[in-house]
Design a protein around this ligand. Sequence first.
Ligand code: XMP
Length: 326
Amino acid sequence: TWTMVNIVEEQVERIRAEVGTKRVICGLSGGVDSAVAGALVQRAVGDQLTCVFVDHGLLRKGEAEQVEKDYVAATGTTLKVVDAQERFLTALSGVTDPEEKRKIIGREFIRVFEQAAREIVAEAGADDEEVEFLVQGTLYPDVVESGGGTGTANIKSHHNVGGLPDDLQFTLVEPLRELFKDEVRRVGEELGLPAEMVWRQPFPGPGLGIRIIGEVTAERLAVLREADAIAREELSRAGLDRDIWQCPVVLLADVRSVGVQGDGRTYGHPVVLRPVSSEDAMTADWSRVPYDVLATISNRITNEVREINRVTLDVTSKPPGTIEWE
Ligand code: XMP
């Protein structure tokens, strides 16, 4: 629509004026805000932008590929991918406490991103160009909430962690500062971003790390990723994406129960489906997903994911239950 075209053109002009000939870095998380912010900056200053994607191994099935392939194809952006999966698994090894997990994931994320930023700065230095700007996908509601001031370099992003060290300071570019979420999505569509990214439901920064109750391991992540993909596929197929705010799938990795699957007795794990309806995630109600959709999800998960022999439904509102289990 003409309004979206106007917003894009206006922001592109603004970014060009702000950035000039300097270099820009943008961290991509897989989520819509950073994707749209990065695409706007790319449209404005092209090769002056380098995007960074830290693959912490906690994204859902297909999401890393979406960033690395589809997003790059759609935007033509220069992308630096850091495969940090081993590093995150090592840091999370033996950890079961939810807050501890969040702290570790946030801390490692900052360290890895910082290293990548340093490398980009160093490489740019060779070209005698200066990296000076960092893109943030700050939305209007975030601006209002934080009192409206212009930020200094602070990778709050989706990890809600502190800023970069003093010797690595950037000026922020925040092209989404005046937009609400639905406008951001429409700008993303206007820019031709992959639909899965543009319409992605909320997903926490710590990712699947806080949807495995118990220690996070590579095997458990693989199991949860499969179960989650099936739930997402069936909810989409049933046309429920817009009705449901989000549907975490939670792996109770330390719980086992007896089942009969295929040829015999199994001793597997349960997953919990947590579909919720919400306006703003502050409160939520459990979604009344049709029984036949639940049945299909349950059948498919227990048939296709060997380690899971039971599927349960969370029927708790928020409050008292939070949306995520950790
Ligand atoms: P809770 O579990 O608190 O979640 O009811 C409310 C909303 O926030 C998301 N969530 C997070 N998002 N970083 C994020 O960016 C986080 O650490 C985090 N924890 C929860 C959750 O998915 C829900 O949409």
